[in-house]
Design a protein around this ligand. Structure first.
Ligand SMILES: Nc1ncnc2c1ncn2[C@@H]1O[C@H](COP(=O)(O)OP(=O)(O)O)[C@@H](O)[C@H]1O
Ligand SMILES: Cc1ncc(COP(=O)(O)O)c(N)n1
Length: 267
């Protein structure tokens, strides 16, 4: 088996539960070699975001070109982008280096409700980055914001919204149902001209959900070069996340919504 280099382009989390720190843990756990480009320094913990310090777009570009001139990248996870300048810097590098297996998690707000993407940058995310992604992984509020619609309330509305998101240009959409008030937790994988594929997991009874979205998108990116197709990568990423959620209450990290517990995967 070969060695796979996975890149996270995202913001930071000093408490280690979300952002770049979560992404590196997921990459390692799933057999990838992790590399990173930082888009914003975020002073945050399990209790919320205290401050955001975006990296100037020229310096995001400098990190990208320095890395990509040396290291072959087999898959990319894109998370927090902060503002329009950073979005444009990332899009330019995706094109210049013809990056493949691009998973875009359209991060907009932290679980605490604090903004991680400027409201005026949503248009740039929609028009500049969505068309360049092989897979986008919005949660229900992010899908609604990207479409300018209300949040989907059931699986049928989720599929309709995922199909409208496809029209914005990504090759596939994984619409995450973590925010639905259902007994289990179902995400829908939708691509053109094929039936939607549901991925269902038990809803784990824990308050410690800091980093679930970061972990899922990073796990998918780490697995894409190692699996036969996107559906197989999503299936195994979702099982990894569910087990990390089951183990979350073993950790003692902070006073708020604690992180999921990364572990060495069994496959
Ligand atoms: N309590 C839970 N039990 C099991 N899976 C969950 C739970 N909460 C979220 N998930 C899963 O975690 C992933 C991310 O969740 P979601 O809350 O939808 O996104 P985000 O973290 O981006 O807000 C999805 O696969 C979702 O189904
Ligand atoms: C830098 C950064 N990126 C993303 C998130 C969202 O985290 P979650 O995975 O809990 O939705 C976060 N809190 N911080």
């Amino acid at each position: 088996m070969g060695s796979f280099n996975i890149l996270s382009i995202a913001g930071t989390d000093p408490s280690g539960g979300a952002g770049i720190q979560a992404d590196l843990k997921a990459f390692s756990a799933l057999g990838g070699y992790g590399t990173t480009v930082v888009t914003a320094l975020v002073a945050q913990t399990t209790t919320g975001v205290a401050a955001v310090h975006p990296v100037p777009p020229e310096f995001v570009t400098r990190q990208l070109t320095t890395l990509l001139d040396d290291v072959r990248i087999d898959a990319v996870k894109i998370g927090m982008l902060a503002d329009t300048g950073v979005i444009e810097a990332v899009a330019a590098a995706l094109d210049a280096y013809r990056l493949r297996n691009v998973v875009l998690d359209p991060v907009m707000v932290a679980k605490s409700g604090d903004r991680l993407l400027a409201a005026e940058a949503i248009e740039g995310l929609r028009t500049v980055l969505l068309p360049r992604a092989d897979l986008i992984t919005p949660n229900l509020p992010e899908a609604a914001d990207l479409l300018g619609e209300d949040e989907a309330a059931d699986l049928e509305e989720m599929e309709e919204q995922a199909r409208r998101l496809l029209k914005l240009g990504p090759a596939r959409v994984l619409l995450k149902g973590g925010h639905l008030s259902t007994g289990d937790s179902t995400d829908l994988l939708v691509e053109p001209d094929a039936p939607a594929v549901p991925f269902t997991a038990e809803r784990v009874p824990t308050e410690n959900t800091h980093g679930t979205g970061c972990t899922l998108s990073s796990a998918i990116a780490a697995l894409l070069p190692q699996r036969a197709g996107v559906a197989e990568a999503v299936r195994d990423a979702k099982s990894y996340l569910t087990e990390a959620l089951r183990r979350a209450d073993d950790l003692e990290v902070g006073r708020g919504k604690g992180p999921v517990h990364h572990f060495h995967a069994w496959w």
